[in-house]
Design a protein around this ligand. Structure first.
Ligand code: GBE
Length: 502
């Protein structure tokens, strides 16, 4: 009896400490990501104009937790060679970075191209090529030229043309060196956090209205950029183009509770499906439950029509299928506890339209209130994407963990280890087609409204020193070893002292 209990206990311990899979498939690629406004600095140098984040942080500095801004950031405009050396040290296959629209087109429109902006990105691309690092380039990572914001930003339907024009310049100028493009980083965050709330610049907070105007414009702009690339540039440049959608993955708090299960699905359709359904399903358009809920809420508010305008047949067809891969940014999982209006919801709002109450009380914590450590949620999200979107080819375009800035960052290593292990599980057990992985981020950088108070980097950046010195954290050694061996490192030195084998 005693011995069978011992064996049982041993099995339980093993199943919790051993990963089922450790080796990545042949051809799986690894990279790291950054974004222009978070690292470049040089905000008004050599022809660059003001973007919405420059504007917000200069006019309302208190909106950033530590009163920092992107004026200098990591100074990558001047120190991009250091960035490339760090990438080379890590041994990454690719580097995901974004282009600054207002550095390339100071008016936002194509009537004036800034030669210095073109030069800067060509220099960076050449430095990457010299080290054999593939670029994966995001056209828009949140830093809209302020001049276009003054015209309404993403709530202005004319933005479809402005974005197409900007994309055209980028494909033409850089397309010989770039084989992988991302149109938008995290459309949900652009539309909901910046137009339906004030969590991001331009902080319009037109809750329940501006967020849906934004998605209408953004999805059309994405589709136009895709078709432009597909028809005009792909024949000679032979690249790929996709969109990166962020998911907070929602799960029922009690998996046995049918109502919670249904509501979690609704929340996932509102969050991920809002942008994925129009592009990645055969049916196209917004998710049915989203259309129905916003219509019902609008009616209850006494409105004559829904706040969420549906696409007509032309646009449904034009938007469908416009992404060569499904780009997923993923950090965390929340739980759905029941029906109703979330206590934090404004009225009207996206959150109220969902009709579910959620909680972040799940998993381990990080330095970011919104970021809970739930690797099993990542596996469930990936399985759900396979099922919901016709078994797409997937790139993880962001995933990462924040702390306050320590060099012995065991929390980050354990996060990466467990989230990468979740990817291996779904590749091997469920045949989910994940082709590559991007860690967020190369170095500590301007974390939007959190400033430098939440740090996600493999390199520590000292922002009180004008030279912005960067120091590799232990996680940099972990990622370097992982990439070199294409296998999850098992060394004790990567485990917190308390978790090491005796
Ligand atoms: C990504 O967004 C971004 O693409 C990247 O630029 C960023 O640095 C990285 O994550 C790390 O955050 O007021 O507490 O609710 C929450 C991930 C803001 C999704 C943060 C917005 C996570 C969505 C602020 N969240 N973000 S609040």
């Amino acid at each position: 009896m005693a011995s069978s209990i011992t064996i049982l206990a041993a099995i339980l311990v093993l199943s919790h400490t051993c990963q089922a899979y450790t080796k990545f498939p042949d051809g799986f690629t690894f990279g790291v990501a950054t974004a222009a406004h978070q690292i470049e600095g040089a905000w008004d140098v050599n022809g660059k104009s003001e973007n919405v984040w420059d504007h917000l942080t200069h006019t309302k500095p208190w909106m950033v937790a530590d009163f920092t801004n992107g004026d200098i950031a990591c100074d990558s405009y001047n120190r991009y060679q250091e960035d490339v050396d760090e990438l080379d040290y890590l041994g990454v296959d690719f580097y995901r970075f974004s282009l600054s629209w207002s550095r390339i087109l100071p008016t936002g429109r194509i009537d004036q191209i800034n030669p210095d902006g073109i030069r800067y990105y060509n220099d960076l691309l050449d430095a990457l090529a010299a080290k054999n690092i593939e670029p994966l380039v995001t056209l828009f990572h949140w830093d809209l030229p302020q001049s276009l914001q003054d015209l309404g930003g993403w709530a202005n339907p004319k933005m479809v043309d402005y974005f197409r024009g900007y994309a055209d310049v980028c494909f033409r100028e850089f397309g010989d060196k770039i084989k992988s493009w991302i149109t938008f980083n995290e459309p949900y965050e652009i539309c909901e956090d910046a137009y339906g709330d004030e969590k991001k610049a331009p902080a319009i907070d037109s809750h329940g209205v501006g967020n849906y105007l934004c998605s209408d414009t953004l999805l059309k702009a994405h589709a136009e950029a895709y078709h432009l690339y597909d028809e005009t540039y792909r024949p000679t440049q032979n690249g790929k183009i996709m969109i990166s959608i962020n998911s907070i993955w929602y799960e029922p708090k009690d998996p046995e509770n049918a109502q919670q299960v249904t509501l979690a699905e609704t929340a996932n359709q509102f969050k991920f499906g809002w942008f994925a359904h129009p592009i990645f399903t055969d049916k196209g358009g917004y998710p049915e439950v989203m259309v129905a809920n916003v219509a019902a809420q609008s009616e209850g508010e006494g409105l004559a029509r829904s706040r969420l305008e549906q696409f007509d047949d032309y646009w449904i067809e034009r938007i469908k299928g416009t992404s060569d891969f499904l780009g997923i940014n993923h950090y965390t999982t929340f739980l759905v506890t029941g029906p109703g209006v979330d206590p934090t919801a404004k009225s009207p709002s996206w959150l109220k339209d969902i009709g579910a109450v959620t909680t972040m009380e799940v998993g381990g914590d990080s330095a970011s209130e919104w970021l809970r450590v739930v690797p099993s949620g990542f596996a469930n999200l990936l399985r759900w994407c396979k099922k919901s979107y016709n078994d797409p080819l997937i790139y993880i375009t962001e995933n990462g963990f924040s702390d306050r800035g320590t060099l012995e960052d065991y929390g980050r290593i354990s996060y990466y280890n467990d989230y990468l292990s979740a990817i291996l599980d779904v590749i091997n057990d469920d045949d989910v087609k994940v082709l590559g992985y991007t860690a967020w981020t190369l170095m500590d950088n301007f974390e939007w409204r959190a400033g430098f108070s939440e740090r996600f980097g493999f390199y520590y950046v000292n922002i009180t020193d004008p030279a912005r010195p960067r120091t590799p954290k232990l996680s940099a050694e972990y990622y370097k070893q992982l990439i070199a061996n294409r296998e999850l490192p098992q060394d004790d030195k990567f485990k917190a002292p308390s978790a090491r084998r005796q």
